[in-house]
Design a protein. Sequence first.
Length: 339
Amino acid sequence: MPIHWFPGHMNRARREIAAALRKVDVVIELVDARLPIASRNPLLEELSSGKPVLTIMTRADLADPEVTRAWQAAWTEARLGPTPLALVMTERASVRRVPARCRELAPHRGGPGRTLRTMVVGIPNVGKSTLINTLCGRRIAKVGDKPAVTRKSQRVELESDFSIFDSPGVLWPRLDDQEAARRLAASGAIGEAAYDPIEVAGWAACFLATRYAALLDGRYGLEGEAERIVAATSSDPADSTRAVALLEAVGRRRGALRSGGHVDLERAADHLLRDLRGGKLGPISFERPEDHADYLSERRARSAPRTAPGAEEEREADRPEPPDDADSATASSSSSSAQ
């Protein structure tokens, strides 16, 4: 079942964000540290119109720290922007670094009559409202664990010369990359009505068994069963044998059984997705830089310094002309005569 999700209010939000971005100095982009590419808003570059962008990797406590560090390095190398901040949004001491970083990106703003205007953007349920509430030290924005909780844009005066504009999340109308869509669904970024939970949980189980088998075994006491299932089944996504076998293993350990001892796959899927989203299995990252090697390479090439038009011609004109054949012959003859 393909995953498609674009709540109607987001069409309006996209127009509002485009208008608001023209009035801000710095864009604060939030991405999920567990899937920083899949959780990026693909419209941001178009909408931001060259504004400086500070990227914050949220839920850093749920992500694999080694992978997060690799992403920070890859981000800078691919020239996607300044090195992202990896933060736990509820930790105020960590979040308080945000205003200072924004001021670095817009040093001409701030001070009397020169309020630094920022705007928080990101896909639903990535932590925009939590960031604002933590920065303010009190509840200003509505927070929830369901996607698209924030429906109305709002502006908050954080300091006398620093304002922050919150906005509804924006997600593209069609998720053409279904692998990215499954990652987003597994992380909880997509509304439940948009996907089959058994399919998404099955994908997550296969992913975990391949990259984080020890964590999967540890959480559900599988005692190596996940690796045995992987070894005995096909990795073809069209073949659901592996996914079903892994969900059944989880379901048996969690007592998700129907009459007759059959595993209730829906309950098993619910157990796995809740544990995964809540960090109960341990720190996990859904994507690594090598998963997006082509994209990062393309971005690096696109952002590389280019020779200014005409510069190459100017350099060619400045080079001395090589001697033609006649000149070479004359020079050679003169040299021989001198000897």
